[in-house]
Design a protein around this ligand. Structure first.
Ligand code: RB5
Length: 149
């Protein structure tokens, strides 16, 4: 598996712990930046990661900003992306099981690096539930087909 990572200055604090978690699992990482704490614009990194997942270059993505919210909103503008913010163990499980999220979005100003790494692990370990959830994902895809050019 190959995972794309991207963050802004608000999320970079989470990166080392998440990289360690992914490396422990033998997952290849494509780090799309940023690479220091200088103020940057989160949509730039959301786009890099979202495009790498939508194109198939990477299987999934991890995005980090101050809250996880802005960077997930931006990533979801790319067709085929289901970027989901999670805050705790339950929501980390749900974004995989119910929402088939192909990008997890986390906030460096709302959780510790250790919590973020744990949530990434839960997201990766939880299979998509399929069934009724698949029907709902298909309806999201239909909305994309209607509105994305
Ligand atoms: C940057 O200050 C901050 O707005 C950003 O990291 C993020 O929290 C946006 O949603």
């Amino acid at each position: 598996m190959k995972i794309a990572m991207g963050c802004d200055h608000g999320g970079i604090v989470l990166k080392p712990a998440i990289v360690a978690e992914l490396q422990k699992r033998g997952i290849e990482i494509a780090d799309k930046g940023c690479f220091d704490g200088e103020s940057v614009d989160y949509p730039d990194y959301a786009l890099k990661v979202a495009e790498s997942v939508a194109s198939g270059e990477c299987d999934k993505g991890v995005l980090m900003c101050g809250t996880g919210i802005g960077i997930s909103i931006a990533a979801n503008k790319v067709k085929g992306i289901r970027a989901a913010v999670c805050h705790d163990e339950f929501t980390a499980q749900m974004i995989a099981e119910h929402n088939c999220a192909n990008i997890i979005a986390l906030g460096g100003r709302i959780m510790s690096p250790e919590t973020a790494a744990k949530l990434v692990g839960i997201w990766l370990d939880t299979p998509f539930g399929g069934g009724r959830h698949k029907n709902r994902i298909d309806k999201i895809s239909a909305i994309e087909d209607k509105y994305f050019k």
